[in-house]
Design a protein. Structure first.
Length: 105
């Protein structure tokens, strides 16, 4: 089975959910009743979560990309192949607590 055949249904569903999300956002702008606002905000959250799930479930079929900076960082710090890193190895790649976080201007 081709990766496009697997990814396409997820994309179709996610795009339909995105269209519904835009409609809910539009109704939220016009809502005045607190109960209606609460319901619409809940719907927005559920739709965003649903869209996120669609793309996460299809993630194994989408080619992974990385920035040059991330690749250089892994290479310079002997962290191995960036594309083989999974969530289970995340601690290996996090900064030590003593090292301050760098912010870019």
């Amino acid at each position: 089975m081709d990766s496009n055949e697997i990814f396409k249904p997820y994309a179709v569903v996610a795009l339909a959910a995105k269209k519904e999300l835009e409609e809910v956002e539009s109704r939220l702008k016009e809502a005045k009743d607190k109960a209606e606002i609460a319901i619409l905000k809940r719907q927005m959250g559920d739709l965003k979560h649903f869209i996120d799930r669609c793309f996460r479930h299809s993630g194994d079929f989408i080619p992974v990309h990385a920035s040059k900076r991330a690749l250089e960082y892994c290479s310079a710090n002997d962290l191995g192949d960036l594309f083989s890193i999974g969530w289970g190895y995340q601690k290996k790649f996090e900064r030590p607590e003593t090292e301050p976080m760098r912010t870019e201007a």
